[in-house]
Design a binder for this molecule. Sequence first.
Ligand code: VG1
Ligand code: CO
Length: 542
Amino acid sequence: MTITIVATKPIAGQKPGTSGLRKKTPVFMGPHYLENFVQAIFDVVGAEGKTFVLGGDGRYFNDRAAQVILRMTAANGAARVIVGQGAILSTPAASHLIRLNKTDGGIIMSASHNPGGPEEDFGVKFNMPNGGPAPEGVTEAMYQRTTMLTEYKMLVAQDVDLSVVGRSHLGGMVVDVVDPVADYATLMESLFNFSAIRAMFAGGFRMRMDSMCAVTGPYAVEILERRLGAEPGTCVNAVPLPDFGGMHPDPNPTWAKALMDEMFGPDAPDFGAASDGDGDRNMVVGRGIYVSPSDSLAVLAANAHLAPGYKAGLKGVARSMPTSAAADRVAAALGIASYETPTGWKFFGNLLDAGRATICGEESFGTGSDHVREKDGLWAILLWLNILAVRRESVAAILSQHWGKFGRNYYSRHDFEAIATDKADAMMAALRASLPGLKGRVVEGMTIAGADDFAYTDPVDGSISKAQGVRLMFEDGSRIVLRLSGTGTEGATLRLYLERYAAGPMGLDLDPQEALAGIIRAAHELAGIERFTGRTAPNVVT
Ligand code: VG1
Ligand code: CO
């Protein structure tokens, strides 16, 4: 076996964001780009004698990148790689395989909800032996390594056949190609009451599952149609395509419009769901009713004990800072801890590992639990199905009872995409500078109770993450949060998060945009969004 040492130079900008390194596909396909980053990963975590998991969401370049990564993994001395057939693994399935096989981590090829294709996005991230995304300290070390690389190692070898399940060798390294779905499906069966869900489908319950031509298709067909007996055709857009069929695989009301139209149409099924490029996000819709991700987290936390995997109750609930406080109310009622972390799943890892939190969620359509160390789209969909099968009520009824009991946190996120980076940065800088003077100021009839730039001290390892988003808190409990996205590949995306609490019993059935109208105006006034960016309205509203 021949290993070549390839001379290279540092490439600027290989800094992982909220979730791994994401760039335009042509950038990733450029000379040494992928190789440099992968070598930086191995230089930081070490590869000699280790076992890793490898897979991706099937987007354009996934297959070829997998071959490069395999040759580099072998050249760096790894003992074994477990790779999903066809180089496919959903992000939660990869997390599970890392844990199940007690490996030393894994490389996931995905740009998640970003579109895929020759001119779209590609991404790579490293997950730790606990199955979770590398924490900030580790990604920072990888980035630092990319700034000083002079060479990488490459095995001289042909491609490995990843099309069939089984064992082969690449140089001295074992390559085990595994079914991407089987172990994950078994895990789901261990958590949920499949017989109750099967009985519900047999009784005529109808569902639509939109995989948006991304990675969850095969998982959804196997679990929902084959194992749970949902009507054939329940799963649509279920074949993963390199360009996601031209879809933008971000499961929200804007990009999963076909699902929304069906769920609000005359012949709507009982339940609808969609998932994203790499299968870690979910959107849940009832007949004629949309479930906001923040509400979904709260409902799942309040009802999780109805599923066998959670019948002993939850240890705690964690949510990202911009996510609404609806889940906190549930945690308080259950008498369990609640945690508020920065955006990005890597911040939940320590809480899950330490047994402090059982269920976690983000407003960006991410929910998950301690069964893996990533958010998990199908998991959330199955927990909803389990709850529906036990409660035998509609999604609308479950939501309205939830609000009746806990009150309602009206919530919305407004995204302003593709803003010039300098304008977005100037806006955030001015806003941050204004924070000390904001307390007591009255805007739209509401008094500002406090304003800060969110900083987080991890309660487990004490690590500190600063500047995680500006929070403007009002005396009536309303809240505005602003931060810039860390997953985009073009310009800046401003995320504006809006929240208002209604205790009820009156006023629980408003349109969120109407309920939040005053807060939206206050946000524009306080941040000067139009003045800095020229934008008066968002392009995506969730
Ligand atoms: C977004 C979401 C965040 C999520 C991240 C990765 O990050 O807001 O909640 O964890 O995407 O999700 P940002 O920095 O763009 O706001 V995924 O499904 O893209 O791995
Ligand atoms: Co994702």
